[in-house]
Design a protein around this ligand. Structure first.
Ligand SMILES: Nc1nc2c(ncn2[C@@H]2O[C@H](COP(=O)(O)OP(=O)(O)O)[C@@H](O)[C@H]2O)c(=O)[nH]1
Ligand SMILES: [Mg+2]
Length: 320
């Protein structure tokens, strides 16, 4: 997108969906001029952000994320909210395919005037999936959405990133998942604030058992619920609980504290990404890299010394 077509903070605030769509496209752009326009837009809208309940939802393909988000989104709308859904699909950058699957499945939510749904392919994620999505959350808030749901598939690092930008991170599970707890990635289980065992209609007894197992293995303060996203069982109650938890955590200052930690982490993540990009693009480094790797592989240099040599080159100093 050319930066002169960038939407203004005012059009965004008016709740204009096309302005929001264009703003998100702008922040996803890797073009330098667009990036500058995006940074200006973000700076202008920042005072209009922060009011939303930010939810992360992750789970394996087929766990029912799309069905669940649609049901939860409709429950939130029924409770008077405006809901934005951002779907990160880590597969699309690599394969061109999609593991989030059929985007049109949220049929009822996508036609609701109080909802906005945006698939966010991680293609060209120079700033990382995390950075763009974090910015897209802010844009949705500026456009007046007071519930923002970030969906991601339970593979790779994307759920850690999503847990790091939301107030409440939900891991969607199947009724038989409790049997396989050992196989689950520890870090991800520890990210979860709330385990939701979906498809309870298929096997209510197993779903209850799984919920109890998740309650005992999750970190302190996490909890577990069972729902049937397909039938809508338990979803409105879950929404009410999420809202109450958010309100109480806000009152205790926990949301603000969590967000402060998240933006500090985001700062360092952006600096790391930026430094790495500059390092890899520095001609003195690229010229010396092959030889340095060769020295490592043939045992002529140790990694630490090789890294220090490359860093000296990066800074413009003499080699070794
Ligand atoms: N029986 C049952 N099926 C469900 C439920 N939720 C989702 N499904 C089905 O599970 C399949 C995968 O759902 P989907 O929402 O696309 O999962 P996603 O890949 O995690 O987004 C679909 O056929 C859904 O209709 C549920 O609560 N009960
Ligand atoms: Mg899906």
């Amino acid at each position: 997108m050319s930066p002169d077509r960038a939407p203004t903070a005012e059009t965004l605030r008016s709740g204009n969906r096309r302005a929001l769509a264009r703003a998100i496209t702008l922040i996803e752009s890797t073009n330098a001029a667009a990036r500058e326009a995006a940074d200006e837009l973000l700076a202008a809208v920042l005072p209009m952000t922060g009011q939303a309940i930010r939810l992360g939802v992750s789970g394996s393909p087929g766990a029912g994320k799309s069905t669940f988000i649609e049901a939860l989104g409709l429950a939130a709308i029924a409770a008077g909210h405006r809901v934005a859904v951002l779907a990160i699909d880590p597969s699309s950058a690599v394969s061109g395919g999609s593991i989030l699957g059929d985007k049109t499945r949220m049929e009822r939510l996508s036609v609701d005037a109080s909802a906005y749904i945006r698939p966010s392919p991680s293609s060209g994620s120079l700033g990382g999936v995390g950075e763009h999505t974090r910015e897209a959350v802010l844009l949705c808030e500026a456009a007046g959405y007071d519930v923002v749901i970030v969906e991601t598939v339970g593979v790779g690092q994307s759920e850690i990133a999503v847990a790091g930008m939301t107030d409440l991170f939900i891991l969607l599970q199947l009724p038989n998942a409790g049997d396989d707890l050992q196989a689950m990635k520890r870090g991800i289980v520890e990210c979860a604030d709330l385990f939701v065992v979906n498809k309870a209609d298929l096997d209510p007894v197993a779903a209850d058992r799984a919920a109890r197992q998740f309650e005992s293995c999750g970190r302190a303060g996490s909890s577990a619920r069972t729902v049937s996203a397909l039938r809508g069982d338990g979803v409105a109650a879950l929404w009410a609980e999420i809202e109450m938890r958010f309100r109480e955590a806000s009152t205790r200052g926990e949301i603000a504290e969590r967000r402060r930690g998240q933006i500090r982490d985001a700062l360092w993540a952006s600096i790391r990404t930026g430094l790495m990009r500059e390092f890899r693009a520095e001609p003195r480094v690229t010229a010396a890299l092959a030889a340095a790797l060769d020295d490592l592989e043939t045992g002529r240099a140790a990694p630490g010394a090789a890294a220090r040599g490359l860093l000296r080159l990066f800074r413009g100093g003499e080699d070794q």
